[in-house]
Structures are given as structure tokens and as C-alpha cells.
Design a protein around this ligand. Structure first.
Ligand SMILES: [Cu+2]
Length: 148
């Protein structure tokens, strides 16, 4: 890998990747509409990830856990503000309602990715496994996006 990587090529690869894989899942009723993780801020070992997922089935699905080979631990967090102080609460289970969707975003629901593999996060994407309460597991690739 060349240390000088033109940004436009990275952008093109990302686009191609998005078009091709479309985050295929084994379950046609669950659709990953977008997903990315933020690149590491130098010196940090924690990153955040965001997934938008919809459920076109007629049954609620419960998201239970997240795993990545590029991190020691992934937790689902919700940002809460009380008395002007921002905090993050761990969410153990999240219902993805039938016919509904979940949209993670900065300042709201997000994946907290801890004990990050810096080399993996310096690349183009990291893997993520989403486990549901019904035993279903979806594997996706989350592009690494620079936020600074
Ligand atoms: Cu968090």
C-alpha cells in the first residue's frame, strides 16, 4: 500500500463497495440502509459507528449484540442529556419494530467501539456482526469515515 492514497480513489472505492455489496443480509426482510464507523482520532482507542436498518417483515426484531474482529468490545449507546450534562447510557436490547427502522446518528443512538484495532481502522472498512434475539446474525462491512 502506498502511503499516499489519493482521496478520490478512496471515495470511488467506497462508492463501488456500497453499490456492489448493498450490505446483503441472509434475511431479505432486514435491510441495512447505511453503515459507517468513524476513523480514529490520533491517540484514541475508541470509535463510534452508525447503522441504519429497516425491518420490512411483520415481526418485531430485537437487536441484542454487536461484535467486530477489529475491536475488543462493541456496545450500543444512547446519548442522554439531563440538567445540561450529556451522558451515554448502554442499551442492552433494542427493538426494531415490524415495518419500522432504527437510525443511529451522532448525538443519538450509536455503537461505541472500544479497544479498537488501530490498523483495521486505518483501512477502508471494518467488519461488524449484528446478533438478534431470535438467533439471527447479520455480517456487514462498515466503511471507515474520517470525521475530522
Ligand atoms: Cu457511546
Amino acid at each position: 500500500m502506498s502511503p499516499i492514497k489519493p482521496k478520490i480513489i478512496t471515495a470511488l472505492l467506497l462508492l463501488v463497495g456500497l453499490f456492489f455489496c448493498g450490505y446483503s443480509s441472509a434475511d431479505p426482510l432486514l435491510n441495512i440502509e447505511s453503515a459507517y464507523v468513524t476513523a480514529l482520532i490520533p491517540g484514541q482507542e475508541v470509535s463510534a459507528g452508525y447503522i441504519s436498518i429497516s425491518n420490512s417483515g411483520d415481526q418485531d426484531q430485537v437487536l441484542q449484540s454487536f461484535n467486530s474482529s477489529a475491536a475488543q468490545m462493541v456496545q450500543l449507546h444512547e446519548v442522554a442529556i439531563s440538567s445540561g450534562i450529556m451522558s451515554m447510557d448502554k442499551v442492552d436490547e433494542l427493538v426494531l419494530p415490524a415495518g419500522g427502522s432504527i437510525n443511529m446518528q451522532p448525538g443519538g443512538l450509536h455503537l461505541m467501539i472500544m479497544g479498537v484495532d488501530k490498523e483495521a481502522f486505518a483501512g477502508d472498512s471494518v467488519d461488524m456482526q449484528i446478533s438478534f434475539a431470535n438467533g439471527e446474525v447479520i455480517d456487514i462491512n462498515m466503511p471507515v469515515r474520517k470525521s475530522y
